[in-house]
Ligand binder design. Sequence first.
Ligand code: SF4
Ligand code: SF4
Length: 93
Amino acid sequence: MKANYGYMDGSGDYFITIDTDKCVECETRACVAACPANLFVIEEDDWDDLVALIAQDKRKSVKYDCAPCKPVTDRPPLPCMAECPFDAIEHSW
Ligand code: SF4
Ligand code: SF4
């Protein structure tokens, strides 16, 4: 299942999407360590599988929390996406 976390405002859409089906096979949980803003947590879903989520208290601030990873110029690979071994993470902006 693809789960979306974030919001939209007058300046755009700011959603992080996690394909939780891919998390079921993941042994590294690398997203948690990779994110400097501590956005990712690992929790049980409705099927008792451990999957990555965006922490509840971070879902309304992803635009700002992710800003240091997303400079306008010379944008490096996002740490979360670069470290996830299953390519499970997408960003809408
Ligand atoms: S590293 Fe990727 S596959 Fe593993 S738990 Fe995090 S988002 Fe899921
Ligand atoms: S872009 Fe940076 S701050 Fe945002 S989720 Fe990825 S690693 Fe975390």
